[in-house]
Write a protein that binds this ligand. Structure first.
Ligand SMILES: [Zn+2]
Length: 453
């Protein structure tokens, strides 16, 4: 049985929606470049060195021409000496025909390369636009004043905390934009995006102009419908193809991906549960999808947790090696839990149906994980700081020790939203389990009192 790849990916588009978008021809970079226009940044006659290299091989092409690019039907054409085929009955005419065919081929290559260059420059310009847009969204999020009275699931509260998480460097953000040849660069690896070398808040990025270059530090491949991801260990947060996402969807992606980092459930991290990566990945996705949009809000697709689950569909998994088909009924408790599960099944989290149908312990966990439980469901840098301070403590640590003093200093930094979240010791179970295991009973009581629970 193949182990799942340990990545946490945030995919929204169902197959149906993806196909619809393809049919509508709305995918970026598939339109005529002439219809897309150019941003002012592109008309400054300062293309990147690699684009210079690409164009230097084109006959008669001047870099300065980019800003005054004519429509393709008015481009200069090689001289036409072609004669109708039936009249090619003399050696001189035959030679003329061969020459004209060669000229036409050169013209086609020249036009194709020129169009690719324009599309590439457009992609780079759009990339910069999206980087600036994401930076603005993060700035807007930082400017939000947290209002504890609106609750721990409030979109503004969670967005502010998520942006603070990024600002303080808990994870670095990279924007990935499809290359102009994203679907043809190397389909065996997936869709090509750039540029994983440029981190927020920096703006810029580039990738090899030569389509034959399949591997580069400036290229990254992913599935077509990915919206975000968190690389193993949580150090890099990817916003993927943001041009496809509304501002509100971007905010949801930020909250979702930061939660993957804030929940501290990568292997060997302090809040990882028994059961291994599959258990932790499922629970992490469940939490992230649950909180990315407030329950019942306009963008929420997962429904109410107050409604009973339907449990009217069969989970199916076909073993790719043996061909054996595994099926299983579901036993979910509420509609929101059920819809998140089916979203994962339908959007490429293949380990979910695989383990649900073949691993009894996993199935039981999924059925009983009906609401999100985690250590930091509000994406708070202050709760993270308390958790880190706890890792320095042991039940032998005295009240006056440096580690307990540092711990209590971190507790004093918690804001009212943090304390409100932590006051539910079932929901914040991972946090409280860590505290109980790290402190003597006496200091644990003082710790609780200091937090206000
Ligand atoms: Zn995710």
């Amino acid at each position: 049985m193949n182990a799942p790849i340990h990545t946490k990916r945030h995919s929204v588009y169902s197959d149906t929606r993806e196909q619809h978008r393809l049919q509508m021809g709305t995918r970026p970079f598939e339109e005529s470049p002439c219809e897309q226009g150019f941003s002012p940044a592109i008309t400054t006659h300062s293309p990147s060195p690699s684009s210079v290299e690409a164009k230097a091989t084109q006959p008669g092409f001047q870099l300065g021409d980019i800003s005054v690019m004519p429509k393709s039907d008015s481009l200069p054409r090689p001289a036409q000496t072609e004669q109708p085929l039936l009249r090619l009955n003399t050696p001189s005419q035959w030679v003329s025909r061969q020459v004209s065919q060669g000229a036409a081929a050169v013209q086609r290559d020249w036009l194709g390369d020129l169009m690719a260059s324009i599309q590439r420059i457009t992609a780079i310009a759009q990339h910069r636009t999206q980087q600036t847009r994401i930076a603005n969204i993060i700035q807007q999020g930082l400017a939000i004043v947290v209002d504890p009275s609106k609750g721990t699931r409030n979109r503004d509260n969670l967005l502010h905390n998520s942006c603070e998480w990024i600002q303080q460097g808990h994870c670095r953000v990279v924007i990935l934009t499809p290359t102009h040849d994203s679907t043809t660069r190397d389909p065996t690896q997936g869709v090509a995006y750039f540029d994983p070398q440029v981190f927020h808040p920096n703006v810029g990025g580039d990738y090899p102009a030569d389509p034959a270059v399949k591997v580069s530090p400036h290229l990254k491949y992913d599935v077509a419908n990915a919206l975000g991801g968190l690389q193993p260990g949580g150090l890099v947060l990817e916003i993927i193809n943001p041009a496809r996402q509304s501002d509100d969807e971007i905010k949801g992606t930020l909250i979702h991906e930061v939660q993957h980092d804030a929940d501290q459930t990568w292997p060997r991290q302090v809040w990882a549960v028994a059961g291994g990566p599959v258990f932790n990945d499922y629970q992490s996705e469940f939490r992230a999808y649950w909180i990315e949009n407030p329950e019942g809000s306009a963008n929420d697709r997962f429904g109410r947790s107050s409604r009973r689950a339907r449990n009217n569909r069969i989970v199916t998994f076909t073993d790719p090696v043996s061909g054996t088909i595994h099926t299983c009924r579901t036993r979910f408790r509420n509609r929101r839990q059920e819809n998140i599960f089916w979203h994962l099944v339908n959007t490429g989290y293949d380990y979910v149906p695989q383990f649900y149908t073949t691993d009894r312990a996993f199935r039981r966990m999924v059925n009983s994980f009906s609401r999100p439980v985690g250590g930091n469901l509000v994406n708070s840098v202050r709760i993270q700081a308390v958790s880190q301070a706890l890792t320095a403590c042991t039940p032998a640590s005295a009240r006056g020790s440096a580690e307990v003093t540092a711990l209590f200093a971190a507790v004093d930094q918690l804001d009212q939203l943090d304390r409100r979240f932590l006051s539910n010791r079932w929901r914040a179970g991972s946090f409280w389990q860590q505290a109980r295991a790290s402190l003597s009973p006496r200091i644990y009581r003082q710790f609780r009192q200091r937090i206000g629970t």
